[in-house]
Design a protein around this ligand. Structure first.
Ligand code: NI
Length: 171
């Protein structure tokens, strides 16, 4: 496995709509493993392929706490089959927006269909943090990032703070 470089906003690849995969080949299964390793190393609870510069509909998530067994999910071509009317608010962050956080409202529960690392179709009913995390990562596949859900004012503030942080880090 390998740790991949993570693209930080406003990298254009983060705003690019991703293409479906034809099948989860061994190469793409390896990409999923590399993405998981990259995510655990960061550390984060979700990572989408565009964040490592690959415009394909692939994402990985693991919302297990540190004191729990890992529960990695490797997901390709996810589709939302159902979303609850009930909404939930979580404070979200993103590995492409280091140190930036904001509340985002999303459906509290979703049912999805996807291809797993063995190219098998799976269905999953997610709620709580997992539902939010999957929707956040699925947004990435459309070129949508979490700050796109915020007001122009709040988004502008985050982009300025991010720019300042990157300048500090480069100095
Ligand atoms: Ni993200």
């Amino acid at each position: 496995m390998a740790i991949l470089p993570i693209f930080v906003a406003p990298a254009p690849v983060l705003k690019t709509k991703c293409a479906p995969v034809e099948a989860v080949t061994p190469e793409l299964a390896k990409l999923m493993d590399d993405m998981l390793e990259t995510m655990y190393d960061a550390p984060g609870i979700g990572l989408a392929a565009p964040q490592v510069g690959v415009s394909k509909r692939i994402l990985v998530v693991d919302v297990a706490r540190n004191d729990e067994e890992p529960r990695p999910l490797k997901i390709a071509n996810p589709e939302i089959l159902w979303a609850s009317d009930k909404m939930a608010t979580y404070e979200e962050g993103c590995l492409s927006f280091p140190e930036q956080f904001a509340d985002v409202d999303r459906p509290a529960e979703v049912k999805i269909r996807y291809l797993d690392e063995h190219n098998q179709t799976q269905e999953l009913h997610a709620d709580g943090l997992l539902a939010t995390c999957i929707q956040h990562e699925m947004d990435h596949l459309e070129g949508i990032v979490f700050v796109d859900h915020l007001s122009t004012l709040k988004r502008g503030m985050i982009m300025r703070k991010l720019k300042k942080l990157q300048k500090q880090r480069a100095a």
